[in-house]
Design a protein around this ligand. Sequence first.
Ligand code: ATP
Ligand code: MG
Length: 439
Amino acid sequence: MDLQAVAVKGTQDVLPANAHKWQYIEKTAADAAARFGFREIRTPVFEKTELFERSVGDTTDVVQKEMYTFNDKGGRSITLRPEGTAGAMRSVLEHGLFNDALPVKAFYTTSCYRYEKPQAGRLREFHQFGVECIGAPSPVADAEIILLGNAILTELGIKDISLQINSIGCPTCRAAYKNALKSYFEDRKDELCDTCKDRLERNPMRILDCKSPVCQAVCKDAPVILDYLCDECSAHFETVKTLLDTAGLSYTVNPGIVRGLDYYTKTVFEFISSQIGAQGTVCGGGRYDGLAKELGGPDLPSLGFAMGLERILMVMENQNCPFPDPEPVDLYIAPMGDAAQAQAVLLCNTLRQEGFKAITDLNNRGLKAQMKYAGKIGAKFSLVLGDNELNEKIARLKNMKTGEQREVVFPDGVITAIYDENIQNTFQNLNESLEKFNG
Ligand code: ATP
Ligand code: MG
């Protein structure tokens, strides 16, 4: 194929035939977030490079290896966002939103960019649904955020997801832990991969997040952060667990969950599916109490999560989760001749104003070709308009599924007939859902 017509490695199109699945996932997530009191935030796709260096952390894989960074024509270093939190926090600080009611609760659906090795569930352009709750120190916020993540996955019909939680403490408890970790890994340095040897010097906790099986084996016996938590972090974590217990949400405490970004503190969590291979984490999040201050803002303990939408879609397709059917075209009007064409456009517009999906011929095709087209796009009804119909103001509305035809006076008759049919469908849907509900 022509080179120009091939997408960049690690990127993916959403084609019209699949778009309804994306819309469904995005809407389900946004509606759930709204019920938890979150409102949407939209931030630019690129930011100053230093924003991500400062917030994501310069010892992380994301900053060290994965960012799409370039100089713009004015010589500024710009980076395509590798994640959504930094931009959202920057925006909240810049606009002083923290001066209004706290916490600031915002959600977003965004594309993210990371130069990674493309594979199933790992792309260079991918999409996240994320939420940020800024200025909420209480463990109740942790529990609520986790419950929101769970609500979205449940509403999407996703099953067999395990929730794994951990606390990675605050800078105070982490100092002692880092020392213990460092001396443990020093002793087994030879077994680590080259990147981890480097991590040992710069940030030993990053080793726990290494994907290499050899390093993971070394990590198995490493000291556990939970043994080093200070009183406050420990009490915070206990309350989060109690709240989750009370809410009836089951979880596993996994000290191996440390998250890939530096800004996390205290609670971290992942929702993991075992059904889509190695890239099983569909949602990851936690607290980032130090981030606002790190970016020059006030002290705003905060937390959030991000879901990888490609992975969510993979799990849903894998588990045959139901997606609502894409809405079909209600009516295809097949005009014969110029006068009929003009009437068809008019009738289409009237129907569109009534809320129906109505289309007509744009290609000057003959009747047979038009009907074939109407069939291909799955139109519910078709209507042929020729000279006779124009003169008599009567046309035949055809139900494309059953083949039944019905004479209608147009335009009003057409509208009424389609309404009738839709109302019947609505009743049928209602009855079906009631039947399901009644079991
Ligand atoms: P992983 O451990 O899989 O690399 P991560 O810790 O780097 O994930 P986060 O930065 O926490 O991921 O991003 C949140 C979510 O975004 C992940 O849980 C995942 O679902 C999704 N995600 C991250 N990187 C990618 C990617 N390259 N392609 C597709 N989805 C991704
Ligand atoms: Mg990663």
